[in-house]
Design a binder for this molecule. Structure first.
Ligand code: GDP
Ligand code: MG
Length: 441
């Protein structure tokens, strides 16, 4: 068995690292894709540099060609950046929670207010929409229409009393919300077409007056390269905690998402995809990554190649194990090493009948742990490795001393091995890997 396992391992063993030439060639394509998606140039540069850095240390995969491998890394990195620190809305300990929307005029704040209110209502909240855009003549009415559609209440200054003071309205709305038992207040604010000091100041003043639990920066995905300056201006002028990307139903590839995320470090929390109230969703980093890269076909291909490879490896391993009497401590160690190397295949192993418990064990094993186990096994004699039953108290003590661990640790390893061995026997006893070559139905 040991020999056959070894052949599996060597086929998995990587052949060197990705070459600079491969990485550079693919990164040129990636750079173009990102620029075409309207990711801001400095962000593209920083991102590609980061990907190159990571790709350089990566071993050549047996499943994918180098270009595919780099694209896979790019995609993973994109998802990681776009999704890092995804979080839910923060609610106040003492209601009402206050959510304030900020952004340029036309970004979609008022529309979003309606969407958010409905979404919150559907989750059992009782939101109140607050009209603090008193700049445009029909802005209040627009919010009222939204609220009606979302079936939520609005707080707005009485019409005809001249131009209201948005800061006072915001402040008063909190008292109103408390009286009317609204648990969430969503404050719609005014925007300008361009970045404007007066508007920034007003938003900052509203923020200071109501101390929101969340300030959401609403940004149009079509804004493209301008995302950087706009996001930076709002970051400096008002400050915000999260981002909402709107108009994703348009044909923009969504580069703004990466730019804003890169510049501000703030999580993108929601995506708006149309004018209707239910054109709204929490943000999905993976979908956005694939939209920005616009390499859907390539990504699908990569996924398929990877999956096929993993399945073949799993089937091979399953085949070896299924025939396995004679499962030794050495096999045990190699198996764990293999799981460490294979990463995703760990999940496949976990799906095999009888291997579920094994996976739990495997999951416990981090690298340091693994090194200790390796040390223990290497301190055993070949006889002990082949037949651990012979490991008695004095042998345990010797092994512990040789590997620099406690006697208990040696004992635990042996116990764990016996459990694994039992499981191997169960697998060999006829429960193969259903539906896979080499498995049994
Ligand atoms: P505000 O000035 O930030 O309050 O922006 P509005 O909510 O008034 O939206 C400006 C325009 O964009 C309106 O015509 C909206 O119907 C439209 N709009 C808002 N969000 C979306 C969206 O996700 N997709 C599309 N296609 N249009 C949107
Ligand atoms: Mg508006």
């Amino acid at each position: 068995l040991s020999d056959r396992l070894t052949s599996v391992f060597s086929s998995l063993r990587a052949k060197g690292r990705l070459s600079d030439a491969d990485i550079d060639a693919t990164c040129r394509e990636i750079r173009i894709a990102l620029l075409e998606a309207d990711v801001a140039l400095p962000v593209v540069k920083a991102f590609v540099a980061q990907v190159k850095e990571r790709a350089r240390g990566v071993e050549v995969s047996q499943a994918l060609n180098p270009a595919q491998q780099v694209v896979k890394i790019v995609n993973e990195e994109l998802i990681q950046i776009l999704g890092g620190e995804t979080r839910r809305l923060r609610y106040a300990k003492n209601p009402p929670s206050v959510i304030m929307l900020a952004g340029l005029q036309g970004a979609g704040k008022t529309t979003l207010a309606g969407k958010l209110a409905r979404w919150l209502r559907e989750q059992g909240h009782v939101p109140l929409l607050v009209a603090c855009d008193l700049q445009r003549p029909n802005a209040v009415q627009q919010l009222q229409v939204m609220a009606e559609r979302a079936e939520v209440a609005v707080y707005a200054p009485e019409p005809g009393n001249g131009v209201g003071d948005p800061i006072a309205v915001a402040r008063q709305s909190l008292e109103h919300a408390t009286r009317q038992q609204h648990d969430i207040v969503v404050i719609d604010t005014a925007g300008r077409l361009g970045i404007d000091q007066e508007m920034m100041q007003q938003a900052a003043d509203i923020r200071a007056a109501v101390n929101p639990d969340e300030v959401l920066f609403v940004v149009d995905a079509m804004i493209g390269q301008d995302a950087v300056t706009t996001a930076q201006a709002f970051m400096d002028g008002v400050g915000f905690d999260g981002v909402v990307l709107t108009k994703l139903d348009g044909d923009a590839r969504g580069g703004a998402a990466l730019s804003v995320r890169h510049i501000t470090g703030k999580p993108i929390m929601f995506a708006s995809t149309g004018e209707k109230l239910d054109d709204f969703d929490v943000f999905h980093p993976d979908r956005m990554a694939s939209r920005i890269l616009d390499m859907g076909d390539v990504l699908t291909l990569i996924e398929q190649a990877q999956r096929t490879f993993d399945e073949q490896e799993a089937a091979k391993v399953a085949g070896k194990l299924a025939s396995g009497d004679n499962f030794t401590l050495e096999d045990f160690l190699e198996q764990m090493m293999m799981v460490r190397r294979m990463g995703p295949i760990k999940n496949l192993l976990g799906m095999m009948p009888g291997m579920g418990q094994m996976r739990d064990q495997l999951n416990e094993i981090d690298d340091r742990h693994l090194d200790r186990i390796a040390a223990i096994i290497r301190s055993m004699t070949p006889g002990e490795r082949a037949d651990p039953k012979m490991i008695n108290g004095s042998r345990r003590a010797r092994i512990a001393k040789g590997s620099g661990v406690t006697v208990t640790e040696v004992g635990n390893l042996v116990i764990r091995f016996f459990e694994a061995q039992k499981m191997m026997k169960r697998v060999a006893g006829g429960i193969g890997l259903p539906g896979m070559p080499g498995g049994r139905k």
